[in-house]
Design a protein around this ligand. Sequence first.
Ligand code: SF4
Ligand code: SF4
Ligand code: SF4
Length: 417
Amino acid sequence: MVTKEVRAKRSSVFRIGRWGVLLAVLAFSTAIGVLHQKVPSLRTVGGDGLCPFGGVESFWKLVNSGSMIQKIEVGSFVLLAGSLVLALFFGRAFCGQFCPLGTIQEIVGRLRDALGVRRVELPSWLDRPARLLKYALLLVLTLLTWQLGVLVVRPYDPWAAYNHLLSDELLTTLGFGAAILAASLVGSFFVDRAFCKYACPMGALLGIVSKLQWFRVVRDADACVDCGVCDRACAMNCSVSTSGAVTDSECIACGLCVAACPAPGALEIKGRAVGSRAVQPVAVVVGTLAIVLGFVGVTTATGDMRFTKPPLMEQVLDAQPASAAESPSASGGFDTSLIKGYMTMAEVSDATGIPAEELQHEFGIAPSEMSRPLKEMSSDHDFDTDAVRAYVAERIGGTYAPKEEVQGSEDACSGDQ
Ligand code: SF4
Ligand code: SF4
Ligand code: SF4
C-alpha cells in the first residue's frame, strides 16, 4: 500500500516535472521567434517552421509535388509525426505536456485562480456544439490549403502572431491572428484553455487520433469517494468522476486529475490490456519528452531537421525540381523570392554567379560587408533585400515579385525580408 507521503511526493515530482517541460518548451519557442525576427545573422528558423499543424497543411503538396509550402520546414513534419505517435500512446499528450500555446492559456487560467476569480463553465447546450467548431476548422483549413498550396490559416494563426510580437507584421499581415491570440488569452482567463477547446485544428486532429490511444485515465468506482476533485482539476471539463475510463477526445492527458485524486487507487493511468499496471503521471511527462525529443534528435542528427536556415545555394538546389515541374518560367530563371534578408551578398554571388566585385560596386558595399546579412545592411546603405532581388532578376533573368506583393502574400515574413 502506497503511503500518503509517497503519494504526495509523487504528485510534487509530477507537477514540477510537467511545469519544467512546459515552461522550457515555451521559453525555447519564444526565443526562436524573437531571434528569427531580431537577429537575422543567427538565421534561426521562424516559429512557422516549428508548428506541427504546418505539417498537416503541407502534407498534400509534399505528396503531390515533393515540395513543401514555403515557410514550412522539415521540423513541422517531425513535430507532427512525434505528436501523432505520442497520441497513439497517451492521447493528446502533446497538448497537455508540450504545446506552448496551451501552456500560455494554462498560465492565464492559473492567474485567474490566483486572483480568486471563479472559472466559467459554459452550459452543455452551448459548450458541446461549440467544441465541434475546431473539427470544422480542421476540415476547411486543410482542404483549402491543399487546394491552394499556400498557408491559408497563417493570417488568422494566433501562434504565428505570438511569434511576431516584436515584428511590424503583427499589425499588418497578422492582424487577425493577433486579435484571435488576444481573444484566446482573454477567453482563457474565464474559460480554461478556450482556444484549445473551441478553435484549435491541431487539437481536433490529435483528438481524433486519441481514440486509438493505449494509455488512459481509469477510475475504480469501488475506491472512489465521489469527492469531485478530479472534475474540478480538469481544464477541459471532462467528466472524470462519473466515468469508468476517460475516453473523451477532449482529454489532453495532462494527468492533473490523477495527481489531484485523494483516494488511493481510485484514479490511475492504465493501458487497455486487462490487468494492466498503473503508470504514474510523471511517466507521461517523461514519455512525451522522450518521444518528441527522440524524433527531433534523430532527424537533427541525420541533418533533415534544422534550427537554422541553410545557405541560398542549398535552397536553390532544393527548390529546382519542384520549380521546374510546377512552372516552366521558374525553371527558366532564378527564383529571387529565395533571397532573404538574413542572407549575405556573398551567398547571392555564390548562388547566382554574379561576381562579388560587381555586387559591391552596384550596391556600394565594401568587400568586408559581403558576409553581413542583407537586412542589417539596409540600415546604413541605400538598398534593401528587395532591391537585391530586382537586380538579380534583371541581371540573370528569373522570377521577381515586388516587395509589396511578397509582403501581402501568405508566405511573407518580416524576419525574412
Ligand atoms: S489544442 Fe492546440 S493550442 Fe491547445 S494545446 Fe493542443 S495543439 Fe496546443
Ligand atoms: S481527464 Fe484528467 S488527464 Fe484528461 S484533461 Fe482532464 S484532468 Fe487532464
Ligand atoms: S478525485 Fe478520485 S475519489 Fe474524488 S471523485 Fe475523482 S476519482 Fe473519485
